[in-house]
Ligand binder design. Structure first.
Ligand code: HPA
Ligand code: ZN
Length: 336
């Protein structure tokens, strides 16, 4: 069992969350409430039966249910309520700063206007108890042309998000499929990230870096299969946004005891801990830290490193970054 003091340290330490899909924060109770509010019929008769369906065998089996859950989101208020609910939960876990993914194509494909999606999410971020920023993700199972259309659609809202990412079904949809849209995003001054090396091979991490020119890798846990890639990621201080509970639920690792988080840190990689889709994978930020620290040989020095890594990797200005890092250092100075 986790030592009480270490548990307290993990819960109380200031941290940043850099890998959270806002649609993945939609709890079954809110799915049902929004379905009722909007007159949408769900394939599941009760909250309990929906929750029971959350038994995944891989990424795709999760995505099928995740996209079905998102179908209850119709109005700007729906997007606001979902985001406000996540931000309150993150604040309770002492998350000081969150960089939040959203998937506009999941909604525009259903006829929900782009503005409805981003305005609801963005307004909740403006009202948030913590610092928050948005990253727009392209669905990699769709075409690059569709991603380019989405990027153009987003331009009137350019001031509401800081970057672009790449998510959804990884295998068979390598980063290089999105070379042009990421190049255009880069020209627009957007920050760049991509999911790579969750289910896909180390070569996908390499092409995310070389072709897309991303500044962080989402997941990236399969990097250990390539020693040369590990050496590069360490040298470039490239952050990996690791999601422990997600990796167990989607069977990237069999059990938490075989997760490679400790090894990533031992190799000097800039790993961070994140929740990915907390409503689907069994927990928010502190649940992810606690599950990993319970199962792996991780102590307070690792907690401090992970907290520091999260702010080092955050897309905030240098002054704000220094202030967050000073807060981490002050917190740990007081726990010695
Ligand atoms: N991987 C890829 N796409 C996703 C994920 C994920 O873990 N969560 C939501 N969309
Ligand atoms: Zn993800």
């Amino acid at each position: 069992m986790l030592d009480e003091q270490l548990r307290h340290t993990i819960q109380q330490m200031p941290k940043a969350e850099l890998h959270i899909h806002i649609e993945g924060s939609l709890e079954p109770e809110l799915i049902f409430a929004l379905a009722q509010r909007n007159g949408v019929t769900l394939a599941y008769p009760s909250v309990e039966m929906l929750r029971e369906a959350y038994a995944f065998s891989d990424l795709q089996s999760f995505l099928d249910i995740y996209y079905a859950g998102a179908s209850v989101l119709l109005t700007e208020q729906d997007f606001y309520d979902m985001t406000a609910s996540y931000l309150a939960r993150a604040a309770a876990d002492n998350v000081r700063h969150a960089e939040i993914f959203f998937d506009p194509q999941t909604h525009t494909a259903r006829g929900v206007p782009f503005a409805t999606v981003i305005d609801g999410i963005w307004r909740a971020c403006q009202d948030a108890p913590i610092s928050a920023a948005l990253i727009m993700c392209f669905l990699r199972h769709l075409s690059e042309e569709e991603a380019l259309v989405t990027l153009e659609e987003s331009l009137p809202h350019r001031d509401k998000f800081i970057g672009v990412g790449l998510d959804s079904s990884e295998v068979g949809h390598p980063p290089e499929k999105f070379a042009r849209v990421f190049e255009r995003a880069r020209q627009l001054g957007l920050r760049l990230v991509a999911h790579a090396g969750e289910e896909g091979p180390p070569a996908y991490i390499e092409s995310a870096l070389d072709v897309l020119k991303v500044e962080r890798i989402d997941h990236g846990v399969r990097c250990l299969e390539s020693p040369a890639l590990v050496e590069r990621l360490v040298r470039e201080r490239m952050a990996l946004t690791v999601c422990p509970l997600s990796n167990i639920k989607l069977r990237v690792f069999d059990v938490m005891g075989s997760h490679n988080l400790r090894t990533l840190l031992d190799k000097g990689l800039a790993a961070t801990v994140n929740s990915d889709d907390p409503a689907y994978f069994g927990g928010y930020m502190n649940d992810n830290f606690i599950a990993a620290f319970e199962a792996l040989p991780l102590d307070a020095s690792h907690a401090r490193q992970l907290a520091r890594n999260s702010f080092e990797a955050a897309f905030v200005d240098p002054e704000k970054k220094r202030a967050f890092l000073a807060e981490v250092d002050a917190f740990f100075a007081n726990t010695d």
